[in-house]
Design a binder for this molecule. Structure first.
Ligand code: ARG
Length: 463
């Protein structure tokens, strides 16, 4: 007999229980209890398969499957008492199952190990989060499409280096983010399809001598197929890393949009008004309306990318197969998933609620010599000048307007012909921002007609 204090699940060869510090560093129950539903689903599928293949009796499998439902309802109702001594969710559930159904509980762990069990549970959990991310991204894209459709022809400045570059449309700017989040959506779908192979039945690392049916458990758990190599199945955490890298890239996109909202909602820009529902006040400055949600979304990329880096570092250099290091995978993924979903939902809410200030956008669109390129293009198209010469002439006219403190359309025809004699009255038709954006009809350009075509394409694609 072993000492009563040794672990009831694996203590056979131990004479004494672990030091309190050993127990503290070893336990994962504090966080992996979030995988309780997945653990129980995996065990129920495993038990059914063990009975179907004749490894355990139908009676035992029925008792196990029923008992697991009891345990699940205890956990869901908050009645379950989690034990740190039992390390993790797997052993907590199995120990409680034994209390509930007695001897048959000991047969559940036949032909499997915690190594394939934890990989299965975690995959099921991450798969749900891929699905949640897909819905969150889709909802955000739909909110952006709403903004784009409404403002397909609202002019605003387009920027490079955050300096006014050329006029664009509000709708076009919104659709740029639709493309970005659209790539995030496709990344999430790719990664989800790739990860959907079942580790269950890989057992500790080498497979098992029991005549198990891995196809059966894979199908029961919604996997496309069993993972083909048992060593890989228990040591693979690519799915978690792909999840974190999808999350990181999407959070980076969210942070760029959030930054624009912070800038645009400032008193200096006044491009957008965020709703009261997604802003906060200041406790000392009564006039303030702060874009806190946008700022927090901007910051989330820090912890999400941090999680990605942390798990890469945990996995780097680990020899095959399972090592306890891998228990450090979950908290990173849990935290990143929670914050990714929250950031997506907050961004969706902000986008749905925000109001573009068309007048400020239009005023800004025409300032900063934003139609200088249109002027240069006119010199090329109408007078047949080489673009480099046209660029130089336009630069001279910009400098002239700047010295006068006016914009390009405010120069007189005499000012223009003073710089190049061939310029005619017709040039003024291209100096207005509306004409400028309407002329950008190249595929993917900012012309309202192009923007509407892209909105229609996305709307149809999303069904
Ligand atoms: N709590 C462990 C984890 O999260 C479960 C797997 C334990 N496996 C083992 N061989 N000790 O990774």
């Amino acid at each position: 007999m072993t000492d009563k204090t040794s672990n009831q699940m694996w203590g056979g060869r131990f004479a004494a229980g672990p030091d309190a510090i050993m127990e503290a560093i070893n336990a994962s129950i504090g966080f992996d209890k979030r995988m309780a539903a997945q653990d129980i689903a995996g065990s129920r599928a495993h038990a059914a398969m063990l009975a179907a293949t004749g490894v355990i009796s139908d009676n035992d499998a029925d008792a196990i499957r029923e008992g697991l439902l009891t345990v699940l309802s205890e956990i869901e109702s908050g009645d379950f008492v989690f034990s740190t001594a039992l390390e993790d969710i797997h052993m907590n559930v199995e120990a409680r199952l034994k209390e509930v159904i007695g001897e048959p509980a000991g047969r559940l762990h036949t032909g499997r190990s915690r190594n394939d069990q934890v990989a299965t549970d975690f995959k099921l959990w991450v798969r749900d989060q891929f699905d949640a991310a897909e819905s969150g991204i889709l909802a955000l894209i739909k909110a952006l499409l709403g903004q784009a459709e409404a403002g397909a022809d609202w002019v605003m400045p387009g920027f490079t280096h955050l300096q006014t570059a050329q006029p664009v449309t509000w709708g076009h700017h919104m659709m740029a983010y639709v493309e970005m989040f659209g790539r995030d959506l496709s990344r999430v779908r790719d990664a989800r399809a790739r990860m959907n192979e079942s580790p269950l039945g890989a057992a500790a690392l080498a497979g098992t001598s029991f005549p198990i049916d891995r196809e059966m458990t894979a199908a029961a758990l919604g996997f496309d197929r069993p993972a083909a190599n048992s060593l890989d199945a228990v040591s693979d955490r690519d799915f978690a890393l792909e999840f974190l890298s999808c999350a990181s890239i999407c959070a980076m996109h969210l942070s760029r949009f959030a930054e624009e909202l912070v800038i645009w909602s400032s008193a200096q820009f006044r491009f957008v008004q965020l709703s009261d529902r997604f802003s906060t006040g200041s406790s000392i400055m009564p006039q303030k309306k702060n874009p806190d949600a946008a700022e927090l979304i901007r910051a989330k990329v820090g912890r999400i990318f941090g999680a990605n880096t942390a798990l890469m570092m945990v996995m780097k250099g680990l020899p095959l197969t399972y090592s306890k290091d891998m228990q450090e995978d979950k908290e990173q993924v849990f935290d990143a998933a929670d914050n990714w979903m929250l950031a997506l939902a907050a961004m969706e809410g902000m986008v749905k609620d925000m109001t573009a200030n068309q007048a400020s956008l239009a005023a800004a669109a025409g300032s900063g010599f934003s139609t200088a390129t249109d002027l240069a293009d006119w010199l090329v198209r109408v007078l047949g000048l080489p673009f480099r010469d046209a660029h130089h002439i336009t630069g001279t006219l910009v400098a002239l307007a700047e010295s006068r403190g006016c914009d390009l359309p405010d120069l007189s025809l005499a000012d223009m012909t003073g710089v190049h004699e061939g310029i005619t009255e017709d040039v003024f038709t291209v100096l207005g921002v509306e004409n400028s954006v309407n002329s950008r009809m190249s595929y993917g350009g900012t012309a309202p007609a192009q923007v509407r075509a892209q909105v229609a394409r996305w709307t149809e694609m999303l069904g």
